[in-house]
Design a protein around this ligand. Structure first.
Ligand SMILES: NC(=O)c1ccc[n+]([C@@H]2O[C@H](COP(=O)([O-])OP(=O)(O)OC[C@H]3O[C@@H](n4cnc5c(N)ncnc54)[C@H](O)[C@@H]3O)[C@@H](O)[C@H]2O)c1
Length: 260
């Protein structure tokens, strides 16, 4: 899978899975526009990639804000002239504990759905006209096994109910958009990670380390492969879905869950 001569926008690239996707794409030769609400942190990922000889520009973005998303897409086009790939990684279930439905306020619901569903919609909406003009493009969205209600009471997902609903919405967005854009040469797919332990300092690692050892072990035991996944293992699946190798695959969900 080579991305030589291709440009990718990766949202949520400051840490975790988005950062791993950025490193994977850089290794395969992509030019990168890395976007995140954590501007200093995403700049340091871009600097790390530039130091290894690839092209990477960082920008601050809030994916829930259409003006901010439009600026991100304009910057990518002005910097690299074309965008071939969009990876909608920005998201997550926050750092609060799991809440019962009675405790989920409307504001919390809206914030989770905005971040994990509307954000992907806004980024797709902003990039599709450009991809349509070029007659090609690849969009990869990030869902979660929470979308299927897979996790028990103790785990690393925070405000789980609206998060699960939003990530299920990502599957619908992917399926319908793929159907709508198939004739335009634009592929839309979805990667669905399970329990992925990201690096020190990233959100999921932090939440995992707060759990009792018995809960940590129970999480690994629930996975058929018997362990948590790594961010680079998700990044490889994203790379496949974004590559020309996936030439007859659109509208699908690829589970990266260790078998669950
Ligand atoms: N790690 C897992 O176990 C797991 C499992 C299933 C799905 N996912 C999904 O994969 C994606 C990445 O997860 P992660 O574990 O790396 O999460 P993470 O929280 O470590 O990283 C998410 C990134 O998104 C950025 N972000 C948050 N709000 C933003 C906004 N409004 N605009 C722009 N950027 C914003 C954050 O700053 C952060 O860098 C998320 O969509 C998450 O829901 C993760």
């Amino acid at each position: 899978m080579s991305f030589e001569g291709k440009t990718a926008i990766i949202t949520g690239a400051a840490q975790g899975i988005g950062r791993a996707v950025a490193l994977e794409f850089a290794e395969r030769g992509a030019n990168l526009l890395l976007a995140d609400i954590q501007s200093a942190k995403v700049e340091s990922v871009a600097a790390e990639i530039r130091a290894s000889g690839s092209k990477a520009t960082a920008t601050a973005v809030d994916v829930t804000d259409s003006n901010s998303v439009a600026s991100m897409v304009e910057l990518a086009i002005s910097e690299f002239e074309q965008v071939d790939i969009l990876v909608n990684d920005a998201g997550g279930s926050g750092t609060e504990g799991v809440l019962r439905i009675e405790e989920v306020s409307e504001d919390r619901w809206d914030a989770q759905v905005d971040l994990n569903l509307k954000g992907a919609f806004l980024c797709c909406k902003a990039i599709v006209p450009h991809m349509r003009r070029r007659g090609s493009g690849r969009i990869v969205n990030l869902s979660s096994s929470n979308a299927k209600g897979h996790f028990g009471p103790l785990n690393t997902s925070g405000i789980r109910l609206p998060y699960a609903a939003a990530k299920a919405g990502i599957i619908g967005l992917t399926a319908q958009l793929a159907r709508d854009l198939g004739r335009s040469g634009i592929y839309v797919n979805c990667v669905l990670p399970g329990f992925i332990l990201t690096e020190e300092g990233a959100r999921v690692r932090g939440r995992y380390e707060e759990l009792q050892q018995a809960s940590q072990e129970a999480m690994a035991e629930a996975v058929p492969l018997g362990r948590a996944g790594r961010a680079d293992e998700v990044a490889k699946a994203v790379a496949f879905m974004a590559s020309d190798e996936a030439s007859y695959i659109t509208g699908t969900v690829l589970d990266v869950t260790g078998g669950r």
